[in-house]
Design a protein around this ligand. Structure first.
Ligand code: ZN
Ligand code: ZN
Length: 275
């Protein structure tokens, strides 16, 4: 498949371009409180929503929580505006099934850094955007009425959030709490598809080029230990040593200690990396 033969996804280009343009207004709307609000929402969306909710819970089922708690995490994920659960989870399950296959991995790193980072979103492929194709990968989510609702209306969740932010702190809160936060969360997530399939060290000699990259792990609350993750995708913990900081795991562990998270899958010994 040659990307130049694919239809361009104009809606996606204008949407991501538009939010980036608004985020560039940040210097004129700066306040410390707006920055604080942005950081709290960033953690809620990136760590709790995407990393813990969409990724480790919904995609890999690396632990279990009661349904209302699962819905809360999924809603935080939907607030990150990376699609509804079906789009995100189906895409990521394809990534693990066909890692780095130039056609079947939606964000194959073999197509280069920028393809795996963002360009994959700008070409309209049925395997990536068509609900009929995606539901094959998510039979567990496709039947769920709440996830069907989130798939349709995830973007609308920004409206009450934006109104609340405006009421609390005016345009400064809106620009930091929506646009700046979204852009930073997007790029952090995308770095896992691009940078951690390119730079860093390998603990496990897996068949793909996934790597552990400390600065990507810091930006993503632990997802940057991506070679560990590809070696054992269903494990709830991505950082395997004390210095591989994995703040999302700390939350999962806390939920386990409170009796909320159950059947938490832990790392097992894998054969050491060859040469
Ligand atoms: Zn990967
Ligand atoms: Zn994964």
């Amino acid at each position: 498949m040659d990307p130049s033969s694919l239809p361009i996804h104009w809606v996606s280009i204008f949407f991501f371009g538009g939010v980036h343009a608004v985020a560039l207004l940040a210097p004129w709307f700066f306040s410390w409180s707006a920055l604080g609000v942005m950081l709290v929402l960033h953690w809620l969306c990136a760590s709790i929503g995407i990393c813990l909710g969409y990724h480790r819970l919904l995609t890999h089922r690396s632990f279990r929580v009661p349904k209302p708690v699962e819905y809360f995490f999924a809603t935080m994920g939907a607030l990150a505006v990376q699609g509804g659960p079906t789009f995100w989870v189906a895409g990521h399950r394809q990534h693990h099934m066909y890692t780095e296959d130039v056609d079947k991995d939606p964000y194959s790193a073999r197509r280069g850094f920028w393809w795996s980072h963002i360009l994959w979103l700008f070409y309209d492929r049925p395997s990536v955007f068509d609900r009929k194709e995606l539901v094959k990968y998510v039979p567990d989510l496709a039947r769920d009425r709440y996830y069907q609702w989130l798939d349709r209306y995830f973007l609308l969740l920004q409206v009450p959030l934006g109104l609340a932010l405006y009421a609390l702190g005016g345009w400064s809160f809106v620009i930091y709490g929506l646009a700046v936060r979204l852009v930073l969360v997007w790029h952090a997530t995308w770095l896992i598809n691009s940078a951690t399939h390119k730079w860093g060290y390998r603990r496990f000699d897996v068949s793909d080029n996934s790597r552990n990259l400390w600065w990507a792990a810091l930006l993503t609350y632990g997802e940057g230990w991506h070679n560990n993750h590809h070696a054992q995708p269903n494990v709830a913990k991505a950082g395997l040593t004390w210095w591989e900081l994995d703040p999302t795991w700390w939350v999962i562990r806390g939920l386990e200690m409170m009796g909320i998270a159950k059947r938490v899958i832990m790392p097992s010994e894998l054969p050491p990396k060859k040469a």
